[in-house]
Design a protein around this ligand. Structure first.
Ligand code: GSH
Length: 206
C-alpha cells in the first residue's frame, strides 16, 4: 500500500487549521498526528527542529514545515475552485506578521500589562477594518470567490473574535461577521476540527 503524507498537527493551532483545511479541500488523504505542544514527538523534531506545527512529511521524505507552504503544496496538487489567485500573499503577510502580534497581546493581555486589553484590541481592529473594506467590495477577501487568503486568515479572526464574542458581534463590521460565520459553519472547517487523541495515535484526515 502506498504510504500517505503525515501531518503533525494541533487541533486549536490556527496555522495547523489552515493547513488541514487546504489538505481537505484538495482531497489529499493524510495521516494526522495530534501533537501535544508540551511534549512534541522526537520524530517530528528530527524532521523539523524548529518545533512548530503544522509539519507535513511527504512519502518521498520531503518536509514542509510552514503552514502557508503546506497550503500551496496542497493546492498545487488539486485546486478545484481556483483558490490560488495572484496577490494573495500581501494580505496573508499582513495577517501573519502584523495582526497576529496584536492578536496575541489582546488574547494574553495579562502578560502584557503595559497597555490595556482594549488597547491591544484596537491595534488588531485596524486589520478588521481593512478586511471589512475588502468585503464591501466583493464577497470574499480578494474577489467574489473563496481564495487561499480567506482560508489562511479565517482561523486568526476566529481567535480574535472569540476573545470577546459579545464585543465582536456588536462591532460595525457587518460584512466581516457574515464572512466569519460562513466559514465557522462551513463543512470544510468543521471537518478539520474533529477531536483527536494526542500523541502517536495516527488517524486519517479524509
Ligand atoms: N510560521 C509557522 C508558525 C506555526 C506556529 O507558530 N505554530 C505554533 C502553534 S499555533 C507552534 O507550533 N508553536 C510552538 C510551541 O508552542 O511550542 C507556520 O505558519 O506554520
Amino acid at each position: 500500500m502506498k504510504s500517505l503524507p503525515i501531518l503533525y498537527s494541533f487541533r486549536r493551532c490556527p496555522y495547523a487549521m489552515r493547513a488541514r483545511m487546504a489538505l481537505k479541500y484538495s482531497g489529499i488523504a493524510v495521516e494526522i498526528l495530534e501533537v501535544k505542544l508540551s511534549n512534541k514527538p522526537q520524530e517530528m523534531l528530527n524532521y523539523s527542529p524548529k518545533g512548530t506545527v503544522p509539519v507535513l512529511i511527504l512519502p518521498n521524505g520531503d518536509v514542509i514545515d510552514e503552514s502557508l507552504d503546506i497550503m500551496l503544496w496542497a493546492i498545487s496538487q488539486h485546486d478545484p475552485n481556483n483558490w490560488q489567485l495572484e496577490g494573495f500573499k500581501q494580505l496573508i503577510d499582513e495577517n501573519d506578521y502584523v495582526f497576529k502580534q496584536h492578536l496575541d497581546k489582546y488574547k494574553y493581555s495579562v502578560r502584557y500589562p503595559e497597555h490595556s486589553t482594549e488597547y491591544y484590541r484596537q491595534q488588531g481592529e485596524v486589520f478588521l477594518q481593512q478586511l471589512e473594506q475588502n468585503l464591501e467590495q466583493h464577497k470574499y477577501l480578494l474577489c467574489d470567490q473563496i481564495t487561499i487568503a480567506d482560508v489562511a486568515i479565517f482561523p486568526f479572526i476566529r481567535q480574535y473574535a472569540h476573545v470577546d464574542k459579545q464585543w465582536f458581534d456588536q462591532t460595525p463590521y457587518r460584512q466581516l461577521q457574515i464572512w466569519f460565520n460562513e466559514f465557522l459553519q462551513s463543512d470544510l472547517f468543521n471537518a478539520v476540527m474533529k477531536t483527536r487523541t494526542p500523541n502517536l495515535v495516527i488517524d486519517h484526515l479524509l
